[in-house]
Design a protein around this ligand. Structure first.
Ligand code: GAL
Length: 662
């Protein structure tokens, strides 16, 4: 089965008909059919229109919307509409509004304002989800359930008294006793020893740094509290409509939620991605997010929201130049999405998002935007065969949310410049530039099948993580400041990398973070000079450890900077560009990019099933050397291409299907 029961790729966007008179709906569905839209997300923020008074539902308008869409061959990703509680609920129960770390209760008037731990809020969402499921269980347009919206957006955590109670229950489940909690949190430090559970609170704003172990548990709890909201609704939907796939839209590389755990609770992974057209690194950041989405369930996923052009929530909202919407959409397909969806279908006339772009802009159909929407719909139809196909990656980057949360504890680390997203990007960027497929994986996952596994950082490392890595037969790379603490954020005694010491054959004596702007030279055994920034370490090596690179100059002059024991490499520093090290590892592991060497700068190359996507993000044409033995058909143009080099125009793409040459 595909992501839904619909054939081919999905194409469409968020549709908010409640913001428009009904005569506009008829034009909407006519234009949707013209553009080839086959799926729309409906009712995301409609709670106050569906249940305007407690327990009194007004489904008539939504019935008409779903009927109309179905009559035009358009399926529905139906939201449970629970993302924003309605005014009557908030006025009757002000306690469901979230409270920030400083104790301020946030007001009604925006969206996603709720305390995830509120029993009143959760019960109200479950009631509405049940009413929705019972109402639309047989509706032929219903293709997918969309629970809530972007969990953790606007409100990732709530510090109210109810959340505190829920946090204590969660802590009792994890630590069993108060003694267990005191030990795990190291409460002997700074006089925090608890003698009663009621004394335990969320890590609210305090005079100085909060207990990092408490903060780590808080971040785990906050992800789980939102997940409990999702799971409560999911249970109802599965009971009433067991065959309809359930999702909630993720937000790419997001620190707040442990997406490994979340994805396991979903049928389909969906993502909202808003790369900034003004950001020169937009393409590579988007690609990393897409590869994460594909890796979460190791199956195709769906780009559920993206911007046709400008967004409305950045300080400066730069539009997409001609061709960029198409290129970014094809990029998501290249990385495993089974469709292209946008926020939103018709540009709003009012509200905070009235300047956010849409598939159908204020100017109507006589616009560049609309012409590009139509053309993209046609491209998506041409690529129908891509649906359901997979990606085979030989490289995995390790990502662990516990470790991420621990690493980014404020005001208590040797340096606050180690940010996991950037560390992932530092390895992902050169891999992406070489056309090498990359999966993301949690450290405990079975890594069989990969030839190279890179842990850019594993600050928090348990014995189980270490055992999984020790059992991995391929090439392993571990980045600095890894193996530092256990699951409770307690430092591994004897020196980092703690449980990885034997495997890596190194021991860190001292962390030596570098101030901003200061660099340290590192020279490899063959004389290649690298520049380290941000971080260096004083390493001791065991006898069986080979030194691949040493520091030159400064207090670490001559000491090991990069080491290898067996097939495991350790970096005690952060090279500005790890490419020279990476190339050696790739050669050793026998890994090449999907087009072989020589991918021009700015070109992205991805293989998905039998198809080869070449995406040129650059401003000039680029020629990609391809083997001469195979001829291709470009699915986007239908053009047959002989084997050999292929030229891709600026901001253009080809999707090549191999064609045996006669
Ligand atoms: C997303 C959200 C959408 C819309 C969009 C605008 O975060 O889910 O409802 O607001 O951003 O870019």
């Amino acid at each position: 089965m595909g992501l839904t029961r619909l054939p081919g790729l999905l194409f469409g966007g968020d549709y908010n008909p409640e913001q428009w008179p009904e005569e506009v709906w008829r034009e909407d569905v006519r234009l949707m059919a013209e553009a080839g839209v086959n799926l729309v997300t409906v009712a995301v923020f409609s709670w106050s229109r569906l249940e305007p008074r407690p327990g009194s539902y007004e489904f008539g308008w939504l019935d008409r919307v779903l009927d109309l869409l179905h009559a035009h061959g358009i399926a529905v990703d139906l939201a449970t509409a629970t993302a924003t509680p309605p005014p009557w609920l908030v006025r009757a129960h002000p306690e469901i509004q979230p409270v920030d770390a400083a104790g301020t209760r946030l007001e009604f008037g925006s969206r996603q304002g709720y305390c995830p731990s509120s029993p009143v809020f959760r019960a109200a969402t479950v009631r509405l989800a049940r009413a929705m499921a019972e109402r639309y269980r047989e509706h032929p347009a219903l293709a997918m359930w969309h629970i809530s919206n972007e969990y953790a957006d606007h409100t990732a955590e709530c510090f109210c008294a109810e959340s505190a109670r829920d946090f204590r229950r969660w802590l009792q489940g994890r630590h069993r006793s108060l003694d267990g909690l005191n030990a795990a949190w190291g409460t002997s430090c700074w006089g925090q020893h608890y003698t009663d559970w009621t004394q335990v609170e969320p890590p609210r704003k305090a005079p100085g740094p909060v207990n990092p172990a408490q903060l780590l548990d808080w971040r785990r709890f906050s992800s789980d509290a939102l997940l409990a909201c999702f799971e409560a609704e999911r249970a109802v939907l599965k009971e009433v409509t067991p065959d309809i796939p359930v999702t909630t839209n993720f937000m790419s590389v997001l620190r707040d939620l442990d997406y490994w755990t979340w994805a396991a609770a979903e049928d389909v992974v969906t993502d909202d991605a808003y790369p900034d057209p003004a950001d020169p690194r937009a393409a590579v950041k988007a690609a990393l997010g897409y590869d994460l989405m594909r890796s979460l369930k190791r199956q195709p996923w769906l780009l559920l929201e993206s911007a046709p052009s400008a967004v409305s929530w950045r300080p400066v909202n730069v539009p997409k130049d001609p061709g960029v919407m198409r290129l970014h959409s094809l990029q998501a397909l290249a990385h495993g999405s089974d469709g292209v969806m946008f926020f939103q279908w018709r540009q709003a006339r009012y509200g905070p998002e009235k300047f956010h772009s849409a598939m159908l802009p204020h100017g109507g159909t006589a616009t560049r935007q609309w012409r590009e929407t139509l053309a993209l719909g046609a491209d998506v139809r041409r690529l129908a065969g891509v649906a359901g196909t997979g990606t085979r990656a030989e490289v995995a980057l390790l990502l662990d949310w516990d470790s991420w949360w621990g690493l980014e504890a404020p005001e208590s680390m040797p340096s606050d410049r180690l940010r996991l997203h950037e560390l992932l990007l530092s390895w992902y960027t050169p891999l992406h530039a070489r056309g090498i497929a990359v999966d993301l994986a949690p450290p405990g996952r079975d890594l069989a099948g990969y030839r190279l596994v890179i842990a850019p950082n594993l600050y928090l490392c348990t014995a189980e993580h270490a055992a999984a890595l020790a059992g991995f037969p391929g090439r392993l790379v571990v980045g600095p400041f890894s193996g530092v603490v256990d699951a409770a954020d307690r430092v591994h005694e004897g020196g980092a990398p703690g449980p990885l010491r034997d495997l890596l054959g190194v021991r860190v004596e001292e962390w030596r973070p570098l101030p901003d702007g200061v660099t340290q030279e590192v020279v490899t055994a063959d004389g290649t000079a690298l520049t380290a920034r941000t971080w260096t370490e004083w390493l001791d090596t065991s006898e069986a450890t080979e030194v691949l690179a040493r520091y030159r100059g400064g207090p670490l002059d001559g000491r090991p900077a990069v080491t290898r024991r067996g097939t495991a490499t350790y970096l005690g520093c952060l090279p500005e560009d790890p490419a020279p090290l990476l190339d050696g590892l790739l050669t050793d592991a026998g890994i090449t990019g999907v087009t072989g060497p020589g991918l021009p700068a700015g070109v992205e190359a991805c293989r998905r099933g039998p198809y080869l996507f070449l995406l040129n993000h650059g401003a000039g044409p680029a020629t990609v050397p391809l083997p001469v033995e195979t001829g291709f058909t470009d699915l986007l143009t239908g053009r047959p291409l002989p084997g050999g080099p292929v030229t891709v125009g600026p901001r253009d793409a080809v999707v090549l299907e191999p064609r045996p040459t006669p």
